[in-house]
Ligand binder design. Structure first.
Ligand SMILES: [Zn+2]
Length: 120
């Protein structure tokens, strides 16, 4: 059973805005890799068709490192990482939404799954 709901979210200054269909009854990912440990993102992964960027395409800066398979996007004005994009090994396009950037979500109620990204 899923509880797919539509959430609105975005960066701090408001230039980057999106809608996303996401099931927040499922745990989100907290990762200890080199970038997540610094940025503190809590990530919910959705297929790209569940994500709609409403504004801010031109305000996003793309940061890539390591194997450069993930686009770590951030707002060039306020610096907030509200989502990222990547492709799974089997070629599916995924969006990783930072659930901290969703409107009206009680972060205390969200289950967190710790992922050992540092060891990947
Ligand atoms: Zn911004």
């Amino acid at each position: 059973m899923t509880e797919l709901k539509t959430y609105e979210g975005g960066c701090h200054c408001g230039k980057v805005r999106y809608s996303v269909k996401l099931d927040l009854s499922q745990p989100v990912v907290s990762c200890n890799c080199s970038i997540c440990s610094k940025t503190g993102t809590m990530l919910g992964f959705v297929p790209v068709e569940n994500f709609t960027l409403r504004s801010g395409e031109k305000d996003l800066t793309d940061y890539q490192f390591n194997k450069k398979v993930i686009h770590h996007l951030f707002c060039s004005t306020c610096g907030v990482r509200s989502f990222g994009k990547g492709t799974t090994p089997d070629g599916r396009q995924m969006v990783a939404v930072n659930v901290r950037c969703l409107d009206g979500v009680d972060l205390e109620s969200i289950k967190v799954m710790k992922v050992d990204g540092k060891s990947f």
